[in-house]
Design a protein around this ligand. Structure first.
Ligand SMILES: [Zn+2]
Length: 320
């Protein structure tokens, strides 16, 4: 079985119950109640998810807090057998909190070095622009990321409200990131139609795409994904929790894989969706993937990673 990787995971979305309590204590913030009766019940709506996300991550107040969240998640992931991950972090969010993004990366680097030494797991960062903050802000973010050239940052992405703006409006930001050699990915087709998937691939030069659900049963979007060999970052537990698919069995990953779309299995916000890479693998089997197809997805996760070629060759030699 190819090595386990996670190409789509938001670092703040990994915060554990214990860390919410610990940082809450540290900063004097009351720990938010979770639905004690059904802690793993579906979040049912995006608004409810965002509410819970804001509440539970509001205890991350400093660069050190974020490094602590990182350490806990890296240890958990290494215990799950992961060899490689790319965590998403937004410089705009750091700025909003009055934090220095590059200082956050420096503190995170120490934890990343530690986990690589102790478990051999490699962690990189995708700097993300927030779509609903608009193209101008995304462009400024890309320029700052390109200028800083922090060694941890290997990619540039787009998160946030898909209903705001069109993908092509972010072309300038993505061009800046591409010019400095960053890998490109964007959340598209989770909440919007297949036209946005086609537009994002052509105007942003993506090699990966988050979710892409609306390509299902849309021949043009599917053939666009196949012809450009864009890897879809598939997050089944997230799609289930947010009601984007009815059941694992009805998830389009089976269709994507059988049509030749490269798919990587990812966790998105694992602490909120109660998931992990091994759980995503189990969900992919439930969605109808054969063992060979699961292996193909795991290999796709390494092939589409934004790492350098020597790291990729080393990861391809690792087996889970
Ligand atoms: Zn995501």
């Amino acid at each position: 079985m190819p090595a386990y990787s996670d190409l789509h995971v938001h670092l703040r979305g990994t915060i554990s119950e214990a860390m919410v309590a610990k940082l809450g204590d540290l900063h004097g913030i009351p720990t938010p109640e979770r639905d004690a009766a059904q802690p793993d019940s579906r979040l049912t709506s995006f608004e409810r998810f965002l509410d819970e996300y804001r509440t539970r991550t509001s205890c991350i107040r400093t660069a050190q807090d974020l490094a602590d969240v990182g350490r806990a998640f890296f240890e958990l992931s290494a215990a799950d057998g992961l060899s490689y991950m790319e965590v998403q972090l937004s410089p705009q969010h750091s700025e909003h909190l009055g934090l220095d993004f590059n200082l956050e990366l420096d503190l995170l680097s120490r934890e990343i070095d530690r986990i690589q030494e102790s478990h051999g797991m490699i962690v990189k960062v995708i700097a993300t622009a927030v779509r609903h903050l608009g193209p101008r802000s995304a462009f400024e973010t890309a320029v700052a990321v390109a200028k800083a050239k922090h060694p941890l940052v290997v990619g540039f992405g787009l998160t946030g409200n898909e209903m705001m703006y069109r993908p092509k409006e972010f072309a300038d930001a993505f061009a800046v990131a591409r010019d400095v050699g960053l890998g490109l990915t964007a959340h598209v087709g989770e909440w919007t139609g297949p036209d946005q998937i086609i537009e994002a691939i052509s105007s942003l030069n993506l090699s990966r795409l988050g979710h892409g659900l609306s390509a299902a049963k849309h021949e043009e979007a599917l053939s666009c994904l196949v012809s450009h060999q864009v890897t879809v970052e598939v997050c089944i537990a997230s799609n289930l929790a947010l009601g984007r698919v009815e059941s694992a069995e009805s998830h389009p990953v089976k269709d994507f894989v059988s049509k030749g779309v490269p798919c990587a299995l990812c966790t998105d916000d694992p602490a909120f969706f109660f998931t992990s890479v091994p759980k995503e693998i189990a969900l992919a089997r439930q969605a109808g993937l054969s063992e060979t197809e699961v292996d193909r997805c795991l290999a796709a996760g390494i092939l589409a990673a934004f790492c350098d070629d020597s790291t990729r060759s080393a990861l391809l030699a690792v087996t889970a």
